[in-house]
Design a protein around this ligand. Structure first.
Ligand code: TMP
Length: 212
C-alpha cells in the first residue's frame, strides 16, 4: 500500500494550500496522489455534520457527543470506501483532517482529548497514517486568514480556537507514549516553498521505502 499522510491544524492554518502544493510536487515526480478531506461531504453523516456546524450557536455537551458519533460514522465510510481503495491502487493519500481533529474539537478537556485518541488507536478498523503534518499557526494569524475567506463556523472564534490549538499540542506531545507511534512533522508559521519541497521529498522517500 502507498503511504497515508494526514494534515492537522486549526482552521486557517494552511492545510488545503499545503495539500495542494505537495500534491503538485508529488505529481511532478510521477507519484500518484489522492487528496481527501474529512468530513467527506459524501455521506448523510457528513451532511448532518455540516448542517450542525453551520446552524448551532453553542456547542453543548450533547451536540459534541452527536458530532463525535457522526464523525466516526463518516470516517469509517471514508476509510473503507476512499482511503484504503486509493492506497491499494498505489496512490499516496493526503487527508485533510482525521481523528486527531475529533479529539481536538470534540473534547472539552485535554484528558477527554487523550481518551478520544486512545479509543481510535484501540479500534482495529481505524488505519494509522505513516506521517502527520501538524500545521501549528498562531491563532490570531489563522483567524485573519479565515476571516477574509468565508463565513465562519461555530468553532471559529479566538477563544475556541485557542483551546483547540492547546488540545492539538497536548495530543501530539503525548502520541509517542502510545505503542502505535506515528511520526509527527510540526511546522510553525506560514509555510514557504522550501517547506513544501521538504515535505514532498519526505513523502516521496516514504513511497520509495514502501516499494522495497
Ligand atoms: P474544514 O473547515 O476543515 O472543512 O472542517 C470543518 C469543520 O469541522 C472544522 O471547523 C473542524 C470540524 N471538525 C471537527 O469538529 N471534528 C472532526 O473530527 C473533523 C474532521 C472536523
Amino acid at each position: 500500500m502507498a503511504p497515508f499522510i494526514v494534515f492537522e491544524g486549526i482552521d486557517g492554518s494552511g492545510k488545503s494550500t499545503t495539500i495542494h502544493e505537495i500534491s503538485q510536487r508529488l505529481s511532478a515526480r510521477g507519484i500518484a496522489v489522492e487528496s481527501l478531506r474529512e468530513p467527506t461531504e459524501k455521506t448523510d453523516a457528513s451532511r448532518e455534520i455540516r448542517r450542525i456546524l453551520r446552524t448551532v450557536r453553542e456547542v453543548t455537551p450533547q451536540i459534541s457527543k452527536e458530532l463525535l458519533d457522526l464523525f466516526f460514522i463518516d470516517r469509517l465510510w471514508d476509510i473503507n470506501n476512499q482511503i484504503i481503495p486509493s492506497l491499494r491502487a498505489g496512490k499516496v493519500v493526503l487527508l485533510d483532517r482525521y481523528f486527531f481533529s475529533t479529539a481536538a474539537y470534540q473534547a472539552d478537556s485535554d484528558a477527554r482529548a487523550h481518551e478520544i485518541v486512545a479509543t481510535y488507536l484501540a479500534d482495529d478498523r481505524i488505519i494509522l497514517p505513516e506521517l502527520i503534518i501538524f500545521l501549528n499557526l498562531p491563532v490570531d494569524e489563522a483567524l485573519r486568514r479565515v476571516g477574509t475567506r468565508r463565513e465562519l463556523d461555530v468553532f471559529e472564534t479566538e477563544t475556541r480556537l485557542n483551546a483547540i490549538a492547546a488540545r492539538y499540542n497536548s495530543i501530539f506531545s503525548a502520541l509517542p507514549q502510545h505503542k502505535k507511534t506515528v511520526a509527527v512533522d510540526e511546522r510553525r508559521g506560514v509555510l514557504t516553498a522550501q517547506d513544501f519541497e521538504e515535505l514532498s521529498a519526505r513523502i516521496a522517500a516514504l513511497v520509495v521505502a514502501q516499494k522495497k
